[in-house]
Design a protein around this ligand. Structure first.
Ligand SMILES: NC(=O)c1ccc[n+]([C@@H]2O[C@H](COP(=O)([O-])OP(=O)(O)OC[C@H]3O[C@@H](n4cnc5c(N)ncnc54)[C@H](O)[C@@H]3O)[C@@H](O)[C@H]2O)c1
Length: 312
């Protein structure tokens, strides 16, 4: 297969490119290095893929560049490009609207024009709202503008897929973690603070829980979805074990051999309270299941953070 991966320089996109290349596919990676976090991190993410003969990287912005020439001759598109994170979405809505919606519309139009065989959209558990604990038929009531843009993108995709010939799959990822995790994400921040003997700020009571998904499990699910005949299905993609925030901090501190100092602050607007992925459909239809447990996955993240800081 020749697969276009947008957001190829990002956390998940870069792992996905590498896994597809390892499986022998040709990969066209697209990214415009948005300034949501520094370009230098994204260039590092791309290093391994850039070494591979079957990898082509195109620096392009889905919001403005011509996309048909990029997609032409490709079999599938996996859209990992977006502005993630919910905090900034309250204040910089234009950024979220343009990268998470306008960009999707342009990518869709190009995909339909060139006759792409399969469009896979990376969506999120944030479309469900404060509690993401049910199956894919649960009500979607997002509590952040980020979640609203991602849900709107799902609707946009469905409208196009049902009225034009665009085979579609939607994957709702649940809190992905592991090496290359974005610098704004909790576990990475916690590791860095623990290593610097700085207090960890806990928003709320710390009992909020996440269905953490190790990045290789997320990538495996995405590739399994790519290989399945697309029929517009939506799949929850989440780790098998729910972990409370305070417990995750203890695991990280244990791996680093330090005692955490916590600073409690009020919960933030739009934070999810509980995510626990019901992955019954993905297990049945994709033949996929998460394999990496939190202890093991957090150990790998700790070890990556240490080496990226030059400590190992
Ligand atoms: N990381 C998670 O826990 C998580 C959870 C649920 C869903 N998701 C979704 O997974 C996808 C990937 O997330 P991530 O954590 O890897 O984020 P990331 O920010 O690391 O990667 C996204 C990449 O997309 C690129 N990009 C953004 N807008 C673009 C545009 N207009 N044109 C070209 N490139 C553009 C960015 O430069 C970035 O490199 C996103 O769609 C996100 O909503 C992530």
């Amino acid at each position: 297969m020749r697969v276009v991966v947008t957001g190829a320089a990002g956390f998940i996109g870069s792992h996905l490119c590498e896994a597809l290349l390892e499986d022998g596919h040709e990969v066209v990676g697209v990214d415009c290095f948005t300034d949501y976090y520094p370009r230098r991190f994204k260039e590092l993410n791309l290093l391994n893929a850039r070494d591979q003969a079957k990898f082509e990287f195109i620096e392009a912005d889905l919001r403005s560049d011509s996309l048909e020439p990029i997609l032409s001759g490709c079999d599938a598109v996996v859209n990992e490009a977006a502005t993630p994170g919910l905090l900034l979405s309250w204040d910089d809505f234009d950024r979220y609207q343009s990268t998470n919606l306008t960009a999707v519309k342009r990518l869709l139009d190009a995909a339909i024009a060139v006759g792409i065989g399969h469009f896979v959209q990376a969506s999120t558990s944030s479309v469900y709202g404060a509690d993401a604990t049910g199956d894919e038929e649960s009500h979607c009531l997002p509590v952040s503008p980020y979640g609203v843009t991602k849900l709107a993108a799902e609707h946009l995709l469905r409208a196009h897929s049902e009225t034009a010939d665009l085979p579609l799959t939607i994957l709702r990822y649940f809190s992905i973690y592991g090496p290359r995790q974005r610098p704004d994400m909790a576990y990475r921040i916690f590791c860095e603070r623990l290593l610097n003997n700085e207090p960890i700020v806990v928003f709320g009571d710390g009992l909020q829980s996440r269905s953490n998904t190790y990045v290789s499990d997320c990538v495996d699910a995405t590739i399994a979805a790519l290989h399945r005949e697309p029929d517009g299905s939506v799949f929850n993609i989440g780790g098998g074990q729910e972990v409370e925030l305070l417990h995750a901090i203890d695991i990280l501190a244990g791996h680093l051999g330090v005692v955490p100092v916590l600073e409690h602050r009020p919960a933030r607007r739009g934070d999810q309270r509980r995510t626990c992925a019901d992955t019954t459909r993905a297990r049945k239809e994709l033949g996929w299941e998460p394999t990496v447990l939190p202890e093991e996955g957090l150990r790998a993240e700790v070890s990556w953070v240490r080496s990226s800081l030059g400590l190992d």
